[in-house]
Design a binder for this molecule. Structure first.
Ligand SMILES: CC(C)(COP(=O)(O)OP(=O)(O)OC[C@H]1O[C@@H](n2cnc3c(N)ncnc32)[C@H](O)[C@@H]1OP(=O)(O)O)[C@@H](O)C(=O)NCCC(=O)NCCS
Length: 173
């Protein structure tokens, strides 16, 4: 497979039909089990990152109706621990579609189903690239924005992309 050629350019005539944000919205819930935890009984950070990647990938597949790979994950901060026996709740959606890539936002919460208490644990932004059967990047559908929150996330994703691509260019030098 030759991966040296660049992504296809997307002309106006090639534009795919747009997809609304709620087409990609993905909710995942799991109970935290002892094998997912450290000796203190808190879920391992790596397990949370694994679930973030899966939720983000599902949101991408739903938006693009194609295969995709994770290109990058922005920094992830863990604000609150999640204990064994609690639920880990992940909410993901496409924030912005570019040419062959999308930014997905994933919010993670802990939920104690006895008390009903819910705490925000982590937010993450991931970039996925849609790929074809030859594992070459291919165009993604544009995103249709309907709410003020969707427009805000779209604008913020544009700023994050600039920083990401600048870091990528620096890394490649
Ligand atoms: C991601 C991948 C497909 C990009 O391939 P590439 O030949 O560098 O593609 P391009 O330079 O043409 O970029 C394609 C798109 O990816 C985006 N992209 C590539 N690397 C990126 C990065 N590190 N962060 C953000 N976006 C990135 C580009 O901005 C471009 O987006 P656009 O078309 O929407 O503008 C390729 O590097 C790959 O297959 N990586 C391995 C992916 C993988 O295995 N992931 C699992 C974890 S290791």
């Amino acid at each position: 497979m030759n991966r040296s050629s660049k992504s296809p350019k997307v002309g106006r005539e090639d534009r795919l039909p747009g997809r609304p944000v709620n087409a990609s919205r993905t909710d995942m819930v799991e109970v935290v089990l002892p094998q997912d935890a450290n000796p203190l009984g808190f879920i391992l950070g790596g397990r949370v990152m694994h679930l973030i990647d899966i939720a983000g990938a599902i949101a991408t597949h739903r938006h693009c109706n194609s295969h995709a790979v994770t290109a990058s994950v922005d920094s992830v901060d863990f604000l609150n621990p999640i204990r064994v026996g609690e639920l880990i709740v992940l909410e993901a959606q496409v924030n912005r579609a570019f040419q062959t890539s999308v930014e997905v936002g994933v919010n993670v919460f802990s939920e104690n189903f006895v008390t009903g208490e819910r705490k925000h644990t982590t937010s993450a932004f991931l970039t996925f690239v849609a790929i074809d059967e030859n594992r070459m990047p291919h165009p993604v559908p544009p995103l249709i924005l309907k709410t003020a929150a969707e427009r805000r996330r779209y604008a913020e994703a544009g700023q994050r992309r600039k920083a990401r691509l600048a870091a990528r260019a620096k890394h490649r030098k």
